[in-house]
Structure formats: structure tokens, C-alpha cells
Design a protein around this ligand. Structure first.
Ligand SMILES: Cc1cc2nc3c(=O)[nH]c(=O)nc-3n(C[C@H](O)[C@H](O)[C@H](O)COP(=O)(O)OP(=O)(O)OC[C@H]3O[C@@H](n4cnc5c(N)ncnc54)[C@H](O)[C@@H]3O)c2cc1C
Length: 426
């Protein structure tokens, strides 16, 4: 594609949580000093965190959680291409892609001055033996709908196993200090265990004692920090949940249960699994990615060898756990970094690095939820957990606000949510 003017082109690959937020804030920070091009293989947001609420409410999540973002990009004068990214040629500052409107399109190349990789990950369900026939999950609307149908029409009230396969974190000497995690994102298994127990009670099919949580790690949701886990795990035990740790990973799923790599197994009618979050295959062995294919950055989300490459969200190596809230914080930092490079009015502005933390609103069923805000796992001293009606209201409000504002949560939005949730009980 030929350039229309002399402005630098910022090419953003991926337009879900991290990519859309980056696109909106880059426009705000860089104003009209850049051309912004966004590429994604689909033209809608998949609002993943609220899938469980829809499923347990017996609604198809695809009916309300796929939002179009194009209007917001048009309003920002940001150009959108619906296309599949095939490769990134960092040495020649170009991306190879294929428009996916119709089958049979030819591959094309697009040059960039700055690249923001927001392509998320490949959720590796296809590497779990038996998953297609006997596994369930909640990470997209297709799988959410499959769970909804099973629960409402086939489930016979048997045991339920909920947990994660082993996450393979990438390594690189060029990465800043990032704690190691054996599971990619264990907020969802915790959230689902709560809301599933509530659903069982409501349907008079049982309670928490039917559910066993499992983790490949020494402890589930390690990133919640010791203080929160010190309260959460005894509470779960008191409620009757089963709990299995150190599974090492999932070996296979079969009709009657699930077998782990440490040689143990669990009997379960329903097996709900979160897989390894693996990079896309074309990201492997790149000069700017780690041993697995995650993009190497510092906490300014900037690659040390290719100064024009940034990454945000699940695709970035420092994003551990794989959490949308981290991607949001990273996108804000990248927009400020790019403003310094492209907007003469902001050339000397100060940019603070990402301060990693878990901020998470989870559903617990019956219009209640939990809220976690902690950076203990990264060595900080914030550690807040609340349960009640407010976190549920915040979770629903966040979705509505995200939809209305097209991913452009005001800069005061996240700190305000944290302040309200940290200090008010309901
Ligand atoms: C059940 C569940 C609940 C969750 N709850 C929470 C929560 O409460 N709070 C929280 O912070 N996080 C939560 N998460 C994690 C959160 O969903 C992810 O961290 C977040 O989606 C990552 O955003 P992202 O934009 O980096 O990647 P993604 O959301 O994966 O987006 C990547 C984008 O890139 C596009 N793409 C990928 N490959 C290509 C290609 N080759 N060509 C073109 N486009 C491509 C995709 O179409 C997609 O739009 C939850 C996850 C799950 C599974």
C-alpha cells in the first residue's frame, strides 16, 4: 500500500481488548500526527470475560457479547482492514497478510513505521487429547453456547472438574524480571467454580461438593498473592470444593474423566478446561520473540532490538498472567510512548512503565461477584479481595461502558473502579 502523506504509519495487529484500546488511545495521544491502520481477521470484539454470566443465565453468549468496533475506528479516522496476518518481517518493517473477505485472496504486504502487536494467543485446545469430544470451556461464544446446551439438556448431575492445562511460558535473557506461572490465567477457573456451584444449587442438582478445581501448579491462582489465597483457599475448602494441585498438566480427557500428567485422574461427567495460551505459529523463531514466540518487551512494551516494535496484551511475553486488565494498562503506556516519538507537543512528556497487577471482577452467581486487586505476586503490597453485590455490578457496568465507548475507558475509569471497589462493601 502506498503512503498518502509523510506521516508515520502505526500498524496495529489484532483488535480485541488490547488492540482496540491501543488504537483508540494512540489516536488520542498522537492526534493527527500519525496514520493508524488496524488489522484483524474479524470485525467485532469478543467480550470474553462475561461469557460465563450469559451461559449460566441460559442465554447464548453470541447474542450479546460480540460488539462491532468499526464505527469507533471510523470516528477516529483510523483505517481498518479485515485480514489474516500471516507473517511479520521485522527487518524490512512489513507485515504479510491475506484479506479474508473472500476465499482465494492473494497475500499482500504492508509497510509500517511503528508496529503494535496485539494478536493475543492461540488457545491450544487442539493439543489436548479428547477435548473435542469430551471437553468444555468458556473462552469464546461458540464454546460457551456448547456448555449452555450441555448444562440445560444433557447434564445428569455428575461430578465436575474445572481447571487449567500447563502454560509454557517463554524465556529470553532480554526480558525484564517476570514471575513464572504454570497456568496462563486462573481467574476464570476460580470464577467458574463459584458460579457453577450457584447454578447447581439453583437447579437443585447439588452444590460446591460436586466440583473439583485442579491446577498444574503448586497452588491455584498463584498470581492472586499469598494474602488473598490465605483467605480464598480455606473458604473454598469450607464450602466443600475438591481441590487438586501439582497435576503438571492434562494428559487426556475421556468420557468418564480426566487424566493428568502426574499419573493421577479425576472422575467427572463435565470437564471444563483452560488450555495452554500458545503464541501463533508464525510468531515462533522471530528475532523479536522469546523461546515460545511471545513478543519480547520491557515494561514500556518496547522491543529492545527493534525500536519500532511494541506489543500489548496476551501476545506480549511480560503479560503473565494472560489478563485483559494488564493488556489495557500496557495499551495506555504504548500510546504515550508513541506520542513521544511522533507528536511534537509530547516529545518531552514523561511516561511511566506498566505497573503489573491483577485487577479482576468475577461472577459468583445470584448477582454477586468477587473483586481482586493485588500486586503481591510482583513484590508489591496491594492485596484487596471483596465479595458481594458491588463487584457484580462493576463487572456488568464495565461491559456496558466498554461497548458504549468502544474500548475507550476514560483514563480515570480504572483507578475509580479500583478506589470504589477497594473501599466500599455491599
Ligand atoms: C473465560 C475467561 C474469562 C476472562 N476474564 C477476565 C477478566 O475478568 N478480566 C481480565 O482482565 N481478563 C480476563 N480474561 C483474559 C482476557 O480475556 C484476555 O487476557 C484478553 O482477551 C487478551 O486480550 P488481547 O487483545 O491481548 O488478545 P485477544 O482477546 O485474544 O485478541 C486478539 C485479537 O487478534 C486477532 N487475531 C489473532 N490472530 C490473528 C491473525 N493471524 N490475523 C488477524 N487477526 C488475528 C483476533 O481475532 C483477536 O481479535 C478472561 C479469559 C477467559 C478465557
Amino acid at each position: 500500500m502506498k503512503k498518502l502523506d509523510n506521516k508515520p504509519t502505526v500498524l496495529i495487529l489484532g483488535c480485541n481488548f488490547a488492540g482496540l484500546t491501543a488504537a483508540r488511545y494512540i489516536r488520542e495521544e498522537c492526534s493527527d500526527h500519525v496514520n493508524i491502520v488496524v488489522m484483524d481477521k474479524k470485525d467485532y470484539i469478543n467480550f470474553i470475560p462475561n461469557i460465563p454470566i450469559e451461559v449460566f443465565g441460559n442465554r447464548n453468549p453470541a447474542d450479546s457479547l460480540l460488539f462491532s468496533f468499526k464505527k469507533h475506528l471510523d470516528d477516529d479516522n483510523t483505517h481498518f482492514f479485515m485480514a489474516e496476518v500471516l507473517d511479520i518481517d521485522a527487518d524490512n518493517k512489513q507485515v504479510i497478510y491475506k484479506p479474508n473477505e473472500r476465499a482465494g485472496s492473494c497475500s499482500q504486504t504492508m509497510k509500517y513505521d511503528y508496529l503494535v502487536v496485539a494478536l493475543g494467543c492461540r488457545l491450544a485446545y487442539d493439543e489436548i487429547e479428547g477435548f473435542a469430544d469430551y471437553g468444555f470451556t468458556f473462552s469464546d461464544t461458540f464454546n460457551g453456547e456448547k456448555v449452555r446446551k450441555f448444562l440445560n439438556y444433557e447434564y445428569k448431575g455428575g461430578p465436575i472438574a474445572i481447571g487449567s492445562d500447563r502454560f509454557i511460558q517463554g524465556q529470553s535473557p532480554k526480558l525484564p524480571n517476570v514471575p513464572s506461572a504454570l497456568a496462563a490465567c486462573e481467574g476464570p477457573p476460580i470464577e467458574l467454580s463459584f458460579s457453577m456451584a450457584d447454578w447447581l444449587k439453583e437447579k437443585k442438582l447439588g452444590d460446591a461438593s460436586k466440583i473439583t478445581m485442579f491446577t498444574p501448579g503448586e497452588v491455584i491462582a498463584e498470581d492472586a498473592g499469598k494474602t488473598i489465597l490465605g483467605k480464598l483457599l480455606p473458604m473454598a475448602q469450607k464450602m466443600g470444593y475438591g481441590y487438586v494441585s501439582n497435576t503438571v498438566g492434562v494428559k487426556r480427557i475421556y468420557k468418564e474423566g480426566i487424566e493428568f500428567k502426574n499419573g493421577t485422574s479425576l472422575e467427572a461427567e463435565m470437564k471444563i478446561v483452560f488450555p495452554n495460551w500458545a503464541p501463533h505459529s508464525f510468531m515462533k523463531n522471530k528475532p523479536f520473540t522469546d523461546s515460545e514466540g511471545f513478543v519480547i518487551t520491557d515494561w514500556y512494551m518496547h522491543n529492545p532490538d527493534y525500536p519500532e516494535i511494541f506489543a500489548v496484551g496476551d501476545a506480549a511475553a511480560v503479560t503473565v498472567p494472560k489478563l485483559g486488565a494488564l493488556g489495557h494498562a500496557e495499551a495506555m503506556v504504548v500510546s504515550k510512548m508513541l506520542a513521544r516519538l511522533t507528536n511534537p507537543n509530547k516529545a518531552d512528556s514523561k511516561v511511566d512503565p506498566v505497573s503489573p497487577m491483577v485487577v479482576c471482577f468475577g461472577d459468583m452467581g445470584s448477582h454477586k461477584g468477587f473483586y481482586m486487586h493485588t500486586n503481591e505476586w510482583w513484590g508489591g503490597n496491594i492485596s484487596v479481595m471483596q465479595m458481594g453485590r458491588l463487584p457484580y455490578i462493576m463487572k456488568i457496568s464495565f461491559k456496558n461502558m466498554y461497548h458504549e465507548l468502544g474500548g475507550k475507558i476514560p483514563t480515570w475509569g480504572m483507578p475509580l473502579s479500583e478506589d470504589i471497589s477497594d473501599h466500599i462493601h455491599l
